[in-house]
Design a protein around this ligand. Structure first.
Ligand code: BT5
Length: 263
């Protein structure tokens, strides 16, 4: 068992006295914390149900993209019941991305940025990914993958995509239960603000942390390739590109879209 094992005993004491009442389901190996959290949500699990695993055998990102989940990472998902209209619920992936980015910035400095829609990048490499899926009536599942104490040799093959870890960036390993508790604290404060009057402030914070605003990007939208400059990020989570002919084109994070910054 790793020194900073993720168990109910190591995690729960760090989550006392929080506004969300956290309930921890900790696993060694699991197919996907998202799949398990979704199942629990559909069978009625309350807000704050948290599923965490040392490794995942079938971790996935948006639209079934593979999420590699070696030991040493922080892979978790949790259930929300936000009572928000559907058009506002989409913004919760912004809440989660900002929470992870803020935590990563505290650990590795301000070079950590959010690459639209919700990837956390450091030095051109992906360190963490966030996604939000619906899970039955009124429930959402937030899934977060952070390459925490993942040594360079265990990171995804750079032949396919460039990844980094907190260990690689900070030069030392962290306590993953404490990391999880920090991310959840950052999440909780913004979650309650987002549901109340703090909505505009959150969106500003998201824009300030963005890696893509003003950058020349290439977007793949299904089979189509679109090139442009990022003009802005909208409150519904969409990105607006200015195309070469001056027209604007808006892309939504829910679509089959990938964005890369042109060098
Ligand atoms: C995401 O998807 O970035 C959201 C990933 C969420 C993963 C968490 S882990 C806990 C929970 N359980 C799950 O099964 N999922 C969630 P997306 O934007 O689709 O990005 C996926 C892409 O990131 C892949 O296609 C790869 O290019 C890249 N990738 C895969 N594994 C990676 C890793 N460990 N580190 C960095 N990049 C990775």
């Amino acid at each position: 068992m790793p020194r900073d094992a993720l168990t109910e005993d190591t995690i729960l004491p760090l989550l006392c006295d929080r506004r969300i009442r956290w309930r921890v389901h900790a696993y060694g190996s699991i197919v996907s914390t998202n799949d398990t959290a979704k199942r629990l949500a559909i069978s009625g699990a309350p807000e704050g149900t948290l599923v965490v695993a040392e490794t995942q055998t079938g971790g996935h990102g948006r639209r079934g993209n593979v999420w590699e989940s070696p030991p040493g990472g922080l892979w978790f998902s949790f259930v929300l019941r936000p009572h928000l209209p559907p058009d506002r619920a989409g913004g919760l992936s912004v809440v989660a991305a900002v929470a992870v980015a803020r935590t990563v910035i505290d650990l590795v400095g301000p070079s950590a940025r959010i690459k639209w829609p919700n990837d956390i990048f450091v030095g051109g490499r992906k360190l963490a990914g966030v996604m939000v899926v619906s899970a039955g009536e009124g429930a959402l599942v937030v899934g977060v993958g952070v390459n925490a104490n993942v040594p360079e040799r265990e990171l995804p093959d750079p032949k396919w995509y460039e990844a980094t870890s907190l260990l690689r960036e900070a030069g030392e390993s962290c306590d993953r239960a404490a990391l999880l508790a920090r991310i959840l604290a950052e999440f909780e404060s913004r979650y309650f603000a987002y549901r109340g009057p703090g909505h505009a402030e959150l969106m500003e914070e998201w824009r300030r942390l963005s890696l893509v605003i003003g950058e020349a990007v290439t977007a793949t939208v299904g089979d189509e390739t679109v090139q442009g400059t990022v003009f802005g990020l909208e409150d519904d989570g969409g990105v607006v590109l200015r195309l070469a002919d001056g027209r604007h084109r808006k892309l939504l994070p829910t679509g089959d879209v990938t964005l890369s910054v042109r060098k």
